[in-house]
Design a protein around this ligand. Structure first.
Ligand code: ADP
Ligand code: MG
Length: 494
């Protein structure tokens, strides 16, 4: 989808087009030429600032591995928190019974139930429901947010029937997927370190989020019990491993981003005495906080400075779904200001932070029509601007530049994790098949991003080694995974 990758091409392609496309009204030729003359260098500079040649990818992968090691050595040892999941018993396939999962992500809140039938029958049935989180709750009180969640869960639980049934004398058990940084204190308790991804709920930081949910369930009169608190990456890893034992890493690319992996207990200095029956545990990297050596632009810096968590979550702000559209919007505003990309003055809609979402830029990149009709419609409907073909081409080019950087850096992060694992356990990737389970709306719905990610992994590992590394979409693995972890940590025999 990349059109005219360098500025001379942009200039020559653009200038050779007729100018009648914009709402059928020809613009003054001289004015348009000078506009493009000022926009083309901006695009070139953006592409240069966002460039991720092999040397940059390698630096990011190495720094990721180093930061992981430093974070495992001691709490606060690096940008990466390297949080211990307290999951050392992974699903075996023998789990039986009815279990629930509840997933608080960033954009949505999901509930799911699964009836597990053990080794032969495996997953007998699943059902889920999804509700988007009202904006005001993201800035409200802890009580309001958890009341909303508990009431959603109560409604869902009311409609249980058909293939789902609870064994006599049992309480319904829940795997609670909570995709924000939590200091886990046991498999079913954890303290919120801080909100991310645009959430600023008051009173939750420093509290046990399982207790918050339990209290809200009590207020609802809902008789359910959280038996596992899991990060979404951990849920994805558990869910994917249920089907494929080679899954060693899980990565989420959705509203935010994070990764976890299987680690040897004996190479975690900060673990101090904690025993794991399997000798391994899942470590949640919280890699969204990574920041070392990333290629950043003026747009990233401004977005960060105006964010609710300036200086934090820089990797997340560079590669995840919440931010890619916003970075593009910021570039387009500057291009419009400096070179009247869309016309004389920047319309209010385009000036509104976060009005352009990552789904929009992804849809624009899928537009294969000759006149980039879909690009034009999105720009008009969402950003309130009229665009001619040359402007649309530049917009697509900006989307591609931002998505390419994001995808390639995500790929470099994955290689960093694999590299760290290989250093400690020779053969992790050099000797066998290793699967990286991927989930999240960004990964699922943005094919170009996905391709850029895979390209970076292949470039970094080389064609031979990269054959051993399978990067696989594990759809809704995290929901089922959380329910499976509720089962493996059930208080009842199974
Ligand atoms: P969450 O991260 O909130 O748990 P998801 O994994 O479903 O939820 O991811 C939702 C995010 O995925 C959205 O915020 C958006 O950034 C991204 N996304 C959704 N649809 C698309 C799309 N069509 N193209 C690109 N990104 C998308
Ligand atoms: Mg999620």
């Amino acid at each position: 989808m990349s059109v005219a990758a360098r500025s001379p091409a942009v200039r020559s392609v653009s200038l050779s087009r007729p100018w009648t496309a914009r709402m059928g009204v020809p613009r003054v030729r001289m004015a348009v030429q000078s506009n493009l003359v000022s926009i083309a260098p901006m695009l070139t500079k953006l592409q240069r600032d966002c460039a991720t040649p092999l040397s940059v990818l390698r630096h990011v992968a190495d720094a990721m591995a180093d930061d992981m090691r430093a974070g495992l050595a001691v709490d606060g040892g690096s940008d990466l928190k390297m949080i211990l999941s307290y999951v050392d018993r992974l699903p075996t396939g023998n789990e039986k019974g009815l279990f629930y999962a509840l997933d608080l992500g960033g954009t949505n809140f999901r509930v799911l139930r699964v009836q597990l039938g053990g080794k032969d029958e495996r997953v007998i049935a699943t059902e889920f429901d999804q509700v988007s989180i009202p904006q005001d709750l993201m800035f409200g009180t802890t009580e309001d947010l958890f009341n909303f969640i508990a009431s959603g869960l109560a409604k869902f639980a009311q409609n249980e029937g058909g293939k789902f049934h609870l064994a006599q004398g049992r309480m319904r058990e829940i795997g609670f997927t909570f995709s924000f940084p939590v200091k886990q204190t046991s498999i079913d308790a954890g303290i919120l370190i801080k909100w991310t991804k645009g959430f600023a709920v008051s009173g939750t930081a420093g509290k046990d989020v399982v207790a918050c949910l339990n209290e809200a369930m009590e207020r609802q009169g809902l008789n359910m019990r959280v038996s596992a608190l899991v990060n979404d990456t951990v849920g994805t890893l558990a869910g994917a491993r249920y089907w494929d034992y080679d899954v060693m890493v899980a990565v989420i690319l959705g509203t935010g981003t994070n990764a976890c992996y299987m680690e040897r207990v004996d190479v975690i200095p900060k673990l101090q005495g904690l025993k794991s029956t399997s000798g391994r545990t899942i470590v949640n990297t919280e890699w969204g906080a990574f920041s070392n050596g990333l290629p950043l632009t003026e747009y990233d810096r401004e977005m960060d400075a105006e964010s609710i968590n300036p200086g934090e979550q820089i990797f997340e702000k560079t590669i995840s779904g919440m931010y890619l559209g916003e970075i593009v919007r910021r570039v387009l505003v500057k291009m419009d200001e400096a070179g009247a990309l869309f016309g004389e003055c920047v319309p209010e809609k385009l000036s509104t932070p976060f009005v352009l979402g990552t789904p929009h830029i992804s849809t624009m990149q899928q537009d294969n029509s000759k006149d980039l009709q879909a690009v034009g419609s999105i720009l008009y409907d969402v950003a309130g601007v009229n665009s001619d073909l040359s402007a649309r081409r530049i917009v697509v080019e900006v989307c591609d530049t931002v998505a390419k950087r994001g995808g390639r850096l995500a790929g470099a992060g994955i290689v960093g994790i694999l590299q760290k694992m290989e250093e400690d356990s020779k053969g992790t990737i050099s000797g066998k098949r290793t699967v990286v389970a991927m989930d999240g709306g960004l990964y699922e719905h943005y094919p170009q991003y996905r391709r850029y990610l895979q390209d970076a992994v292949t470039e970094l590992l080389g064609s031979e080694l990269s054959k051993n590394v399978v990067i696989e979409h594990s759809k809704d693995g995290s929901g089922i995974g959380a329910a499976l972890l509720a089962a493996t940590n059930s208080k009842y025999e199974h």
